[in-house]
Design a protein around this ligand. Structure first.
Ligand SMILES: C[S@@+](CC[C@H](N)C(=O)[O-])C[C@H]1O[C@@H](n2cnc3c(N)ncnc32)[C@H](O)[C@@H]1O
Length: 333
């Protein structure tokens, strides 16, 4: 078996990179930043990175398979200026990318199952376009391709009325762009008789809102008193749901840890900018009947407002079921 001497690039995800993202930690140097959203097999991203070495490229993907392909391609070609991040575009726009930090966004064939009723999950919608515009540098561009006519019409509607964006073409979209690298999905569409609709909008100087990057808070915890053992608390657990401050919290299961002294609670926290699936721990403290509730490191939980509310929900439930009270809390007010 041969072992490569080339260092393996660390895998990146929304849960492991800095909020906001720091180019100097990902690349050999700071260069204009170009972001591809939904890179699929990664060929377009790698082509851009190879042909434009004076820019840094970030690819955003939600598919693990696509991530693995792009990571392998970058390793194989030895590209220092391309890094894929396992991350929803919306999460990157809220947590990773600062206002006016991106030179170009490239979006090829998003939302292939476009239906009007899927509006809430669609990438091109007014709120997301406003964020994309905020994250672009003045003079930067947003480039979009779709092969769905109704999607093109919807995108034209949104982009042509978006403050801060100017159509760089003389038509709502172009039917072809010479010299463009053809993506895998595009090629398949051509074979099946579909045609591309290509958009290119420039960021002008019109002032737009710049929602700041949402950063992490300090790690939350609750100190409480409860007159039950961990085993008794777990035995009384029932799944609970709570919606608070825009976060939907579901506490799904409770377990005893292997020493039977602490309890673990599995939680899913969905916020508009990020979804997280992790564990909250209830551990005994030195004092009689005193407990601490905090996030575990399992799953790289990020300390968002929703996570604070989840820790609070578990802590309050334990205090209540254990006939005790919350003694102190470090959570966002
Ligand atoms: C139809 S494919 C197109 C892939 C590639 N751009 C191409 O043209 O061959 C759409 C891609 O977008 C990814 N995707 C969908 N929604 C996303 C989101 N919110 N953020 C990041 N990637 C997304 C999917 O996993 C999929 O790989």
């Amino acid at each position: 078996m041969s072992v490569s001497s080339r260092p393996v690039l660390p895998k990146l995800s929304a849960l492991t990179v800095d909020w906001p993202l720091r180019q100097e930690k990902l690349f050999p140097g700071i260069q204009p930043l170009i972001v591809e959203i939904g890179f699929g097999n990664g060929d377009y991203l790698l082509h851009l990175a190879e042909t434009r070495p004076s820019c840094n490229f970030i690819g955003l993907e939600i598919s693990s398979q696509s991530m693995a392909k792009a990571e392998a391609g970058i390793e194989k070609r030895g590209l220092p200026n391309a890094r894929p991040i396992h991350c929803r575009a919306e999460t990157a726009l809220w947590h990773l990318l600062e206002p006016q930090s991106v030179r170009e966004f490239h979006i090829n064939y998003p939302d292939p199952w476009f239906k009007k009723r899927h509006g809430r999950r669609r990438l091109i919608q007014r709120g997301t376009v406003a964020l994309l515009t905020s994250r672009l540098e003045v003079g930067g561009s947003l480039q979009l391709a779709t092969d769905i006519r109704a999607y093109a019409e919807m995108a034209h509607d949104i982009l042509s009325s978006a403050p801060g964006l100017q159509n760089e073409y003389d038509a709502p979209w172009l039917p072809e762009v010479s010299g463009r690298f053809t993506t895998k999905y595009e090629e398949k569409g051509f074979r099946e008789g579909r045609r591309g609709h290509y958009f290119r909008y420039g960021r002008d100087e019109f002032p737009v809102a710049h929602p700041p990057v949402i950063k992490e808070f300090a790690m939350p915890h609750l100190l409480l008193q409860a007159q039950l053992s961990a085993a008794e608390i777990v035995a009384r657990f029932e799944p609970m749901k709570r919606s608070v401050d825009g976060a939907h919290i579901a506490v799904l299961h409770a377990w005893l840890d292997e020493k039977r002294a602490a309890a673990l609670f599995e939680v899913v926290v969905e916020e508009p900018s990020i979804s997280q699936h992790t564990m909250i721990m209830l551990a005994p403290r030195a004092g009689d009947g005193e407990w601490i509730v905090k996030l575990t490191t399992i799953g790289h939980a990020r300390s968002t407002l929703g996570m604070h509310r989840a820790v609070e929900a578990v802590g309050e439930w334990v205090a209540d079921v254990g006939d005790g009270k919350v003694l102190a809390r470090r959570v966002r007010g």
